[in-house]
Design a protein around this ligand. Structure first.
Ligand code: ADP
Ligand code: MG
Length: 547
């Protein structure tokens, strides 16, 4: 037997669990069931895709309660873990959100209960109710089992276990009942039944206690929306997304006829920490006629909607479809097109039905959605319709301090008489673009300018020709014609000829040309790119990328 130390972060998190004041301790059971269900999915997948030899005819989760010993065991016959995996997955915390959770918890004492609920702490939540947890596991396809045990106080032991069956059994040794006010009656039948029903009813494997199956196993996406409670949807979302806040929006879809499929999609309330991490897993779960086929199926959603979570259940696919085939399958492509349209339409509806919700959505995911303006599909207009931008006309909300945004339609409705183009300026920050000398003449004459400060803004503006017939025009590029009224006190070119010649000579190495400008009101000079040049920020970006 070996005694090992938890990694520092894991130790801190465990401390929080052990001394947790989080009121809803029931969730430890849902966490164990959720992990067991994932393990069963993984085993089925390993057999289906990798050709692993294992029996998958009776995949299930068993709950055993021992009132005498005050233990509760959740046992699955799923994929199991090797010794290294136990050390890696249980002894450390790889999740990128954990550091942030710990930081937030340290900063705010009052909110800590809610935070724990929001972030979800998975397996470690068992230490809210237990003074000892034992995990016995054997990886499918291996000969030897592993026994892991910990009191949650900094170290754990790990040992071989020759008798372990394939799968994982987690035994929670409940703390003495008198240690806290709330009695832990988790070993009672009724309590377990209630928790399973509440949190895990939709789990697609039987959750058994003795001879009884506690869950209905009904696929949530196959049930009419009117029959499913909000709470059930939320639990399902938590299970598939591993996100612990409620979803922002729930989307049901059902198509009958030539291509039959059902989909249940969720827009999250918050962007995940790894949204911009290239190798972060994302994508939908794919089922074929209620059978789980694969997780993180990227083929069903374009990258610019990679934050969308959910399930697609298709009727007409082969059960042993591979990722390679998936990419070319025309059913999948058709379903994907419909899902994208539906998601964009849902956001469009949200704009009019619940403006605050839309703002949350755009705040969290706008940067990603705008990547879609570069995608070669026919949704550019729809994406522009749901996009909003900071602008010189929209300040911050006096009360909330929240930055007000405008849609392109809103911008156009405010365009000045005779104005033909949508003006914008890109840059690194709102302060930077607002204080840019380019802005002076536009501000002086009351032209609204969109302030584009997301990195992706530098790129999509070149891919979008116009919106509603109005060209998008950078005020830092080319010659912008601000109309007749600027001509009045136009300085005569001739008067400045000598100065211009001198400046051109002096700056020969640095600039292409030196021109007399009417666009400045207080600054003496500003740099302008030609219409087809890169903007300075884009240049910086390419340089940073080493190009
Ligand atoms: P999460 O489920 O969000 O990944 P958890 O803390 O619940 O986080 O679990 C950590 C990891 O431990 C899981 O991702 C999984 O790899 C592994 N694990 C936990 N329980 C089991 C189980 N019953 N069978 C196999 N692996 C498990
Ligand atoms: Mg888990």
């Amino acid at each position: 037997m070996e005694t090992l130390e938890f990694q520092a972060e894991a130790r801190q998190l465990l401390q929080l669990m052990v001394h947790s004041i989080y009121s809803n301790k029931d969730i430890f059971l849902r966490e164990l069931i959720s992990n067991a269900s994932d393990a069963l999915d993984k085993l089925r997948l390993a057999v289906l895709v990798d050709g692993l030899e294992a029996d998958t005819s009776d995949l299930h989760i068993d709950i055993e309660a021992d009132t005498e010993a005050r233990t509760l065991t959740v046992r699955d016959n799923g994929i199991g873990m090797t010794r290294d995996e136990v050390v890696e997955l249980i002894g450390t915390i790889a999740k990128s959100g954990t550091a942030e959770l710990l930081r937030k918890l340290r900063e705010s004492d009052a909110e800590s209960r809610e935070l724990i609920g929001q972030f979800g702490v998975g397996f470690y939540s068992t230490f809210m109710v237990a003074d000892r947890v034992t995990l016995v596991t054997r990886k499918a396809g291996t000969e030897h089992g592993i026994r892991w045990e910990s009191g949650g106080e900094g170290t754990y032991t790990i040992d071989d276990d020759a008798d372990a069956a394939v799968g994982t059994a987690v035994t929670v040794h409940l703390r003495p009942a008198d240690e806290e006010d709330a009695l832990f009656d988790y070993v009672a039948d009724g309590k377990i039944r209630e928790i399973v029903k509440k949190y895990s009813d939709f789990i697609s494997f039987p959750i058994r206690m003795g001879d009884a199956v506690l869950n209905s196993m009904k696929a949530l996406w196959a049930r009419p929306r009117s029959e499913v409670s909000e709470e059930e949807y939320k639990e399902f979302y938590r299970h598939i997304s591993h996100d612990w806040s409620d979803p922002l929006e729930i989307i049901n879809m059902k198509a009958e006829g030539t291509f039959e499929y059902e989909a249940l999609l969720f827009l999250p309330t918050r962007a995940p920490h790894d949204l911009f991490q290239r190798d972060a897993p994302h994508g939908l779960q794919l089922y074929v006629k209620r059978v789980f086929i694969m997780d993180n199926s990227r083929e069903l959603m374009p990258d610019y909607l990679r934050f969308v979570k959910g399930v697609v259940d298709a009727a007409d696919l082969s059960l042993n479809i591979s990722r390679e085939i998936l990419q070319q399958d025309r059913h999948i492509q058709m379903i994907r097109r419909r899902l994208v349209k539906k998601v964009l339409a849902t956001v469009t509806d949200m704009m009019s039905s619940d403006a605050q919700k839309y703002r949350t959505f755009w705040q969290e995911f706008g940067r990603v959605v705008k990547e879609g303006l570069l995608a070669a599909d026919d949704n550019q207009k729809a994406i522009l319709d749901i996009s909003s931008f900071a602008s010189t006309a929209a300040g911050s909300d006096a009360e909330s301090g929240e930055e007000q945004m405008t849609t392109l339609a809103g911008y156009i409705s405010r365009m000045k008489e005779g104005q033909e183009e949508i003006y914008y300026l890109t840059g690194e920050s709102r302060a930077q673009v607002e204080n840019s000398p380019h802005m002076e003449a536009f501000r002086a004459q009351g032209y609204e300018v969109l302030l584009l400060t997301d990195p992706v803004d530098e790129i999509w503006v070149d891919a979008v020709a116009d919106y509603d017939g109005k060209k998008l025009q950078s005020i830092a590029r080319g010659a912008v014609d601000l109309g007749e009224d600027t001509d009045e006190d136009k300085p005569a070119e001739g008067e400045y000829a000598d100065l211009l010649t001198y400046l051109k000579g002096a700056l020969e190495e640095q600039v292409k040309d030196v021109r007399l400008s009417h666009r400045l009101t207080t600054s003496a000079a500003c740099l302008v790119s030609d219409a087809d040049d890169m903007t300075p920020a884009l240049e910086r970006m390419y340089r940073a990328m080493g190009q």
